[in-house]
Design a protein around this ligand. Sequence first.
Ligand code: EAX
Length: 369
Amino acid sequence: MKMKRIAAILLTAGMAMNLVACGSGSSNDAPATSGNDAGTEAAGSGDEEAADEGSDNLLGSESATVRLKVGTTTAPDGHYVLGLVEMQKALEEYSGGEMTLDIYPNNALGGESDMMDAVSMGTQDMVLSSTGPIPSFSSATSNWSTLDLPYLFENEEQAYAVFDSEVGQALLDEFEGTGIKAVGFWENGFRELTNNSKAIATPEDLSGMKIRTMENAVHMATYTALGATPTAMAWGEIFSALQQGTVDGQENPLAIILTAKVYEVQQHVSMIDLFYSPCVLMISEDVYNGFTDEQREAFDKAAEDGKTAERRISQDIKNSAREAMEAEGVTFTDVDKDVWVEAVQSVYSDTSLGIDEELLGKIREITGN
Ligand code: EAX
């Protein structure tokens, strides 16, 4: 069974399909579409053992007839995928075994921006993506750039309070009519800086370094304000870029740095907490609208459970990540955050970034920052 499932993942990886809510049997006989990202190997664990362990339960129950194919860029033992596994179990339970998720980690269905396009066109059912590509996805979602502002949130509780409020719901609703239904805010986490040459404690230490950012204008502007040279690229390209020296460093939450094994090629981690990065569960509007009332109810409930579980898993991984990486010889640098906060203030007044002042005001009302 295990080998069969792994083989199924390998065979269908890069061949996304549109599994609409109709009984189409197991995913092995599914049609295929969007391309495999060149970075699949590199940006994943690349570690057969981890992939092996993680792949065991990534395809849902064979007997489920409504199979939703969901892609992520993250590793099988990372928080996104483990959260989706919880949602998969809940969906099978709530639908009486009729519905399930087939989970494709490690860029198997492409980068985040590609997967969002595929979901909006209905050639892929679902994606769990960071907010990186959202502001440039559609004019309807351009104000999401506001969420990418540096030091917008001081802790996870503030972020959850905003994302689980009416403000968060209104942001999700902005997707209406784009082909994507945005279901909920899950967690990526506070983004930390890594590089392989020195301990970075201040923006001055970062001066002139080439840093990979997500494909996001606010993130790029922030690194420019910090004195670095930002290079935007999809996650799937990151390992070859680090190896070839196209970039000197990158930034991601500890849970990703650990589970994608970024620490194996980046010796130094600076705890700058620059951005709180949520991720968003998205489903094709056509698929969602095609559900029966019962299916929709099961899906919504399972998605809510998945979110709660994923946030908990994210915190668990984060809380043990530093120690695990220090044991591997990685150097951690704690920074004076006030200096970093001060250095990025110009981003808030950069009118080219499409920051939505009204939204920013509502967020600040909730966080109290
Ligand atoms: O969504 O691109 C990134 O740095 C993201 O944090 C990662 O793909 C997980």
